[in-house]
Design a protein around this ligand. Structure first.
Ligand SMILES: [Zn+2]
Length: 416
């Protein structure tokens, strides 16, 4: 590692960590108070529909989840409210863990963490062939552009997840963790994107320059689907084509049904505005292909609930990086072993690892997550192909399953 880089990392380390990780959930034994004031009403006002519990959208062909058929009431409803925003079920108000954050940063300084890749991190970056995306070919296809940024094409509609194609994951162009792998495609070179889904507002998931670039794309802005409470920030950037969703809310657009589902995480772009907007994952559902994007999350019973409603899932994108040290990270970031449990819980036919190799946010080396994933798959006696990782800029095509008839009206109910 270059000395300059280590110095600048030391200088920005605490700041970046504050921005990204300062406020992980802390469990308190005190009684869980029910929702206070509801930013919830906005979701209904936006016209979002709520999925009926127990019945998957595009229901024909969907079966019960693989693990526990019993509903988990804690995660089965809208996100719990606090006086200022949201919290994870089973936890009281989320508060900053300043002491733990400082302890982690101090340990990093003393131990020379994060770990480096011996010889440096120089993965191949492929120049993806985006022509099939541009041509809107109907078969399911994805390209990984690093971290949590995928472009998915299904049924001729293009969906992008957590677009982040900037040099840093931070509030300004010179603050925040630096990208460690070049972007395979600049935002201006993308085909026209129809729908953008945002998991939460942390800088490595909601990047101002990238969403502005998408909003200015030729042919008109995409539809931005964001967690409840995140719409104001989007509109403040001049982005108007935005819908906010609560957990289990859905919208129908461009032949897809898109559902916001729970995750165990937190939000905030500054230490002073924590958990004011929601966090979660997304189901992108087409009669021939069901895709699940998990966002950032710790492990919990929520995944069985997602599996109960949406299994089988044709492809799940699950985070496998940013997990060490476990004593600090486990409430908010799964490790590869837990990622494999999510793969099983949600009933994924196959999964792809994300949130690794692009920004060094935590202590493990940039190349470690796929190795740990391989060990976790072997321990679970799963074939390597069941849960794979992709190269930067790599494209994969999938066989669509036979189209299931859409159960109009029977599988969902309108929001009241
Ligand atoms: Zn996050």
């Amino acid at each position: 590692m270059q000395p300059g880089f280590r110095r600048s990392r030391a200088a920005f380390g605490v700041l970046a960590a504050v921005a990204l990780l300062a406020c992980g959930p802390r469990t308190r034994a005190a009684g869980d108070t029910p929702a206070a004031s509801p930013p919830a009403a906005r979701a209904s006002a936006s016209g979002a529909e709520r999925s009926a519990p127990g019945i998957a959208p595009f229901a024909a062909g969907a079966s019960a989840g693989p693990a526990d058929p019993a509903p988990d009431p804690a995660w089965a409803g809208p996100a719990p409210r606090t006086s200022s925003g949201f919290r994870n079920p089973g936890m009281a108000e989320t508060e900053p863990r300043w002491g733990a954050l400082l302890r982690w940063q101090w340990q990093r300084l003393l131990s020379g963490l994060p770990r480096d890749v011996p010889g440096g991190w120089h993965p191949a970056v492929l120049q993806p062939d985006l022509e099939p995306f541009r041509a809107r070919r109907p078969e399911p296809r994805i390209v990984w552009l690093g971290h949590d940024t995928f472009l998915l094409a299904v049924g001729g509609t293009l969906v992008m997840t957590d677009p982040q194609l900037s040099e840093r994951a931070g509030p300004l162009s010179f603050i925040g963790p630096r990208r460690r792998v070049p972007v395979p495609v600049a935002v201006g070179a993308l085909p026209h994107v129809d729908i953008v889904v945002i998991s939460h507002d942390h800088y490595d998931h909601l990047d101002r320059a990238t969403v502005l670039g998408l909003n200015a794309q030729a042919g008109g802005p995409p539809l931005f689907l964001v967690p409840l409470g995140a719409g104001a920030w989007m509109r403040g950037q001049g982005i108007g084509n935005v819908r906010e969703l609560d957990w289990w809310d859905s919208v129908n657009a461009r032949g897809l049904k898109v559902v916001f589902v729970p995750a165990r995480h937190f939000s905030g772009r500054t230490p002073f505005a924590v958990n004011r907007s929601l966090w979660g994952g997304w189901i992108v559902d087409h009669p021939t292909f069901r895709f699940y994007f998990a966002g950032d999350t710790g492990y919990g019973p929520l995944f069985r609930e997602i599996g109960r409603r949406f299994a089988p899932i044709d492809l799940a994108a699950i985070p496998i990086g940013s997990y060490e040290p476990r004593w600090f990270m486990s409430p908010m970031h799964v490790d590869p072993e837990e990622a494999v449990r999510i793969h099983l819980d949600v009933g994924a036919r196959r999964s792809v690892g994300m949130h690794w190799g692009t920004f060094q946010l935590t202590d493990e080396a940039l190349d470690e997550p796929p190795k740990a994933l391989a060990r976790a798959l072997a321990a679970a006696r799963l074939p390597a192909g069941a849960f794979f990782t992709m190269g930067f800029g790599e494209v994969r095509q999938f066989a669509p399953r036979p189209a299931a008839p859409v159960a109009s009206g029977a599988a969902e109910r309108e929001a009241r």
